[in-house]
Design a protein around this ligand. Structure first.
Ligand SMILES: Cc1cc2nc3c(=O)[nH]c(=O)nc-3n(C[C@H](O)[C@H](O)[C@H](O)COP(=O)(O)OP(=O)(O)OC[C@H]3O[C@@H](n4cnc5c(N)ncnc54)[C@H](O)[C@@H]3O)c2cc1C
Length: 500
């Protein structure tokens, strides 16, 4: 008689965000039957992926490559857009540069070389993209000029991407079980045999030849992030999915998986100081156009070190280190029209004043005189003869300051002035499981665990201290696709190499 508490399939995917759904689609197209286990209810589906703008980084040679992904872009439209170029080696160099040359070279190499083919593969699964006009391009002489190596986003943002991936999976007959958190892996001496999960409080099992863990990192687990990231990370605002609490990583570690990557660091950004955890609209990313000060009235980071999408993920940590984990972004009227969408709306914590003195009074907790002195020194240090151009690293810098502003330095002297109250918000964690280039999870005996694969945020080794914007989705898609394909092939060969 069938046991209603036990099912079986070829491949189980844990999680239903971007990495997981790419894995599920790839496993299915390589001939496997697939069941997806998702911890969240259907109404909150998609994990961190849902919270993204859907911005995705990939290598491309020219506008023709973009047209291969968006066939709807006609030649006339293309004449008004300058996508520039972003080669595989530029993407690879960015991965190395922003991680201080710590990124896993093999994984980063695969990520960059597979990025364009993976974009095409996503379109073959009916995922649609559009240019990111608003956030990654400014209009110059009537033409959109893109910058920062990231030019496309999914239609409908992260939610659109999740909806399309789920629709596609369901149309192919892939089962997604919601409110069904995976609890532990079933193993024997030959390797992975399935997953134990909970449904409506009842413990159940699915037996399978392969399991792909794609259940995100541990950014929403306050105890874990304080344990691994350290002091004050419990005080950070929590962004994105509340369900990424690290069980997927833990269940693999429990059977001897090797850990990898930067466990003491995370993607963390500056955003609204008073917004509750998990609320959308947290981030405040126009800081390259202004200055950032702490409650001592002092600047503490180079707002113009690089394009925003190469610095935003590391600056959250610096904000967390300031008194009361707080800071203020200051802008004047010259740059106000260039501020991003997120600076508008009712849920924005800001103060406005006609004079800097009045602004200083309104910024609660800020040392007034020190702030006014800092602004005076900063304004005097701006090299005004260098033209301002937000589309390129314009070299319009300060001179003589202990904390320079390297690009886009404008004096702050045209009222009304605006100050935005910010704190640190954690987006996702960088530490995770060690995989090889087949997305096979490695055992601490330095061999693959037969039948166990991982993709997305659960994987460690790609990002260290910092991260190039748009790489989270691409890493999930590239390694999800690789994991799905290899898991399906494994179920057909069912080769067992090592005891666990
Ligand atoms: C606000 C925000 C904006 C972002 N913007 C971008 C962007 O524009 N571009 C970009 O590239 N990246 C962006 N990122 C990062 C990006 O979201 C992630 O890197 C990426 O989506 C991670 O995908 P994933 O599939 O690994 O994890 P997720 O999408 O988080 O999916 C993990 C899934 O696993 C589920 N899960 C957890 N535990 C279990 C369990 N025990 N059993 C079953 N299921 C479980 C979760 O519920 C979740 O659905 C952003 C993140 C946030 C929070």
């Amino acid at each position: 008689m069938n046991n209603p508490l036990i099912m079986s399939t070829d491949v189980i995917v844990i999680g239903a965000g971007n990495a997981a759904m790419c894995a599920a689609l790839a496993a299915h197209e390589n001939g496997a039957t697939v069941i997806v286990l998702e911890k969240s209810p259907e109404t909150l589906k998609g994990g961190n992926t849902t919270f993204t703008h859907g911005s995705i980084r990939f290598a491309y040679k020219d506008a023709k490559d973009i047209q291969a992904i968006i066939p709807e872009l006609n030649d006339e439209e293309l004449r008004n857009i300058d996508f520039g170029t972003y080669t595989e080696s530029e993407f690879f160099d960015d991965m190395c540069r922003v991680t201080n040359y710590r990124t896993d070279i093999e994984l980063a190499s695969l990520l960059t070389s597979e990025s364009f083919p993976t974009m095409k593969w996503l379109t073959s699964h009916k995922i649609k993209f559009i240019p990111i006009y608003g956030r990654q391009a400014y209009k110059v002489d009537g033409r959109f000029q893109f910058w920062g190596g990231m030019v496309l986003e999914s239609v409908g943002g992260g939610k659109g991407l999740v909806d399309k991936l789920h629709e596609r999976a369901q149309s192919l007959g892939i089962d997604i079980l919601y409110e069904s958190p995976a609890i532990s892996l079933i193993t024997d001496d030959q390797g992975i045999k399935g997953v134990i999960y909970k449904q409506n409080g009842i413990t159940k099992e699915i037996h399978a030849k392969a399991v792909i863990i794609a259940s995100g990192g541990f950014h929403a687990n306050i105890a874990m992030r304080t344990k691994y990231l350290g002091v004050n990370w419990d005080l950070a605002h929590t962004r994105g999915s509340r369900f990424n609490t690290g069980e997927g990583i833990q269940m693999a570690l429990d059977i001897g998986a090797l850990s990898a990557g930067n466990w003491s660091s995370a993607h963390a950004v500056g955003g609204d100081r008073y917004l509750p955890d998990f609320e959308e609209g947290f981030q405040r990313l126009s800081y390259p156009l202004g200055i950032v000060i702490n409650e001592n009235g002092k600047r503490f980071l180079d707002e113009g070190e690089d394009f925003r999408n190469y610095t935003y993920a590391k600056y959250g940590k610096l904000i967390l280190e300031q008194p009361n984990q707080a800071a203020w972004q200051i802008f004047d009227q010259k740059v106000k029209p260039l501020l991003r969408e997120e600076y508008k709306g009712k849920k924005v914590s800001k103060v406005v004043a006609n004079t800097l003195e009045e602004l200083a009074e309104k910024m609660e907790g800020v040392a007034r005189d020190a702030f006014l002195h800092e602004i005076e020194e900063y304004n005097a240090a701006v090299r005004q003869k260098i033209p301002f151009n937000p589309n390129v690293k314009d070299g319009r810098c300060t001179s003589g300051l202990s904390i320079p502003k390297s690009n886009w330095a404008n004096t702050i002297d045209e009222g009304p002035f605006e100050a935005y109250a910010i704190t640190c918000g954690i987006t996702f964690t960088f530490g995770g499981l060690k995989i090889n280039t087949k997305a096979e999870v490695q055992h601490n005996l330095y061999q693959s665990i037969p039948g166990l694969y991982a993709a997305g945020e659960v994987v460690g080794g790609l990002f260290y201290s910092n991260y190039p914007g748009g790489t989270g989705l691409m890493a999930g898609s590239v390694f999800g696709r690789i994991a799905g394909k290899n898991a399906a092939l494994f179920t057909q060969k069912n080769i067992n190499k090592v005891n666990v």
